[in-house]
Design a protein around this ligand. Sequence first.
Ligand SMILES: CSC[C@H]1O[C@H](OP(=O)(O)O)[C@H](O)[C@@H]1O
Length: 344
Amino acid sequence: MIRTVYLEKDEVVILDQTRLPLEVAYARLDTPEKVAQAIKLLMVRGAPLIGVTAAFGLAMAVDKFTGSKEELVPYFKKVKELLASTRPTAVNLFWALNRMEEVFNSSLDEDLKQIKDKLKQTAEEMYAEDIKINQAIGENGSKLLLRDSRIMTICNAGALATCGFGTALGVIRAGFAENKVRKVWACETRPVLQGSRLTVWELMQDGIPVTLITDNMAGYVMSRGEVDAVIVGADRIAANGDTANKIGTYSLAVLARHHNIPFYVAAPLSTIDFSIESGRQIPIEERDKDEVRKIRDVYITVPEADVFNPAFDVTPAELINGIITEKGIISPPYKENLKILKGK
Ligand SMILES: CSC[C@H]1O[C@H](OP(=O)(O)O)[C@H](O)[C@@H]1O
């Protein structure tokens, strides 16, 4: 299993995903500022993984803190706010930081060492839980697959977006192990190329047949009858099932519906944000214009060209055939069924 993040002594160690697929390189981050920068630069990315990485960053910062317990309270708040300011869309980031804050607040009557140990332990628990949750998502999702399925996906919702197993790619991994996956169509996922750089690399590491296509080929491949299902990840799911995911996901959902191909979202229950009614309220991150203007620092347009660079879009619930979670597969109507499942 790929190790995407871990805490070693007083550093957060991450697999630097900006170097993949040509280099497998780890970055050692010894301050919370460096962890925040790594999340912003997508050196580490993917909704569940940035949550766990931020938790490790917070635990590391507190572990290195040398002041008094009274001084620790404002410091903890400052570091939590720094990490929360990195990316706005993935709800897992805020869920993970809030869980760390709950542990911190409930430990304040203990001594400093106990507080530090509890925070490190909580981040490690999140890491281990993520793997188990993803494996359950994989098992549940695999039940949906017919034998020899050809599955299309976008971005990377795999081991590289999580703590090692994956959500959408977790379903594909589990299905492949049961001989249910003939091939994967990986959309390259402009502009950051998570599909061509990360998903292709990750699936080839596991010997899972994968074919790379550019994003604008998706409709044609579907029209040729070569796709049996589309499975994607999620960064935030609203209470009504509207789902924010990598830019281009909404287009795949429209195309899939046009071609009567089932479209599934695979995500842990922690991705569901019951505080928002619909996808209209999901904050969509807009990223640096040069991400679109350049590839590997080479301009592919006029350097002064204006650019719109939303990192995510929102797929309306009515285009989603099912949401695959660790507790089962949720079908429409999502508003009611999501609440029932969360309550389970
Ligand atoms: C398993 S959720 C991964 C999710 O996050 C990705 O976005 P980014 O690469 O910008 O972090 C993409 O939306 C994936 O579906």
